[in-house]
Design a protein around this ligand. Structure first.
Ligand code: SAM
Length: 272
């Protein structure tokens, strides 16, 4: 039986009492947001289970230690390392005031959150590049399509995902190829529109970005009102370099019977 006042006096329980200034009333808005975001990642991933699945076990770490592996690489192999790495990226970004563009991780989370909320099992990306978004979200969907203009980038991505039957990669201008792909889509999908020229090793069609054509194809699809469309790089939608303004985008949406888009964390969000 617990003695009277026993719980409060136990050293372990005393440690849970927060020092003045460390309670929620004492933290800044940004710090609280960062803490909330970290807790949200844990909740979204059912605790740390998704990290455990993808990583080696503690037994392997003990083995690695015996075989002379460095402490740093041992820590990287622990099951919870990716969780702390992701939390650190997210917390730093929030504490910096959520600057744009956000880290890739924030985009991945937006895709996952919308897919879960709207029960979407098909992912369609324009602009494959190296396939990093595919790698991040492919386990969250039954079918994954991605279109890339650059022949070498397309070939490299095919090699990267050769063993995953969920992933289908198409080569060509997404302003055109997307129309043919949509003809085969008979379930609501999540679109990640991210094809554009951006220096380095990226490809370029006649346009810097084919996003207007892509949106026209999607809005004309029979399931348009049930799709969710996320468009990256909202900050570039200023009417220059083939990007529409957010205002003209909303006019197109209104013409198709859609509500205005919502912009958050540099991502344009459209759904019927
Ligand atoms: C910003 S990167 C995509 C990044 C990728 N979605 C990710 O999140 O990891 C843009 C890609 O679009 C490709 N691209 C440019 N114009 C294109 C077009 N008209 N059709 C298809 N892809 C295009 C570029 O070659 C580049 O690989």
């Amino acid at each position: 039986m617990q003695s009277e006042g026993g719980l409060g006096r136990h050293p372990w329980n005393r440690r849970k009492t927060l020092a003045p200034g460390f309670g929620h009333a004492g933290v800044t808005g940004n710090t609280k947001n960062a803490c909330d975001a970290t807790l949200k990642i844990i909740r979204e991933n059912n605790g740390l289970s998704c990290y455990k699945k993808r990583n080696s076990s503690m037994t392997e770490v003990s083995y690695a230690r015996r075989s002379g592996e460095t402490m740093k690489s041992m820590i990287k192999r622990t099951p919870v390392f990716p969780f702390f790495r992701d939390a650190r990226i997210l917390v730093r970004w929030i504490l910096a005031g959520r600057p744009v563009p956000p880290p890739h991780l924030v985009k991945q989370r937006a895709i996952r959150t919308h897919a879960r909320k709207h029960h979407l099992s098909i992912f369609i990306e324009t602009g494959t590049y190296r396939g990093d978004m595919i790698e991040a979200v492919r386990r969250d969907f039954e079918q994954v399509y991605s279109i890339e203009l650059g022949a070498d980038l397309h070939r490299a991505a095919r090699e990267r995902f050769a063993s995953d039957p969920r992933v289908q990669l198409l080569q060509g201008d997404s302003g055109e190829v997307l129309r043919g792909l949509l003809a085969r889509i008979d379930r609501p999908a999540l679109f990640w529109l991210d094809s554009h020229y951006s220096d380095a090793d990226t490809a370029r069609s006649a346009l810097i970005t084919p996003v207007r054509r892509e949106l026209e194809h999607i809005l004309a699809h029979p399931l348009a009102r049930r799709h969710v469309i996320l468009v990256d790089d909202a900050r570039l939608f200023n009417g220059e370099d083939d990007y529409p303004t957010i205002g003209s985008l909303n006019a197109v949406l209104a013409g198709a019977g859609f509500a205005p888009c919502r912009v958050q964390d540099d991502i344009i969000r459209i759904h019927g």
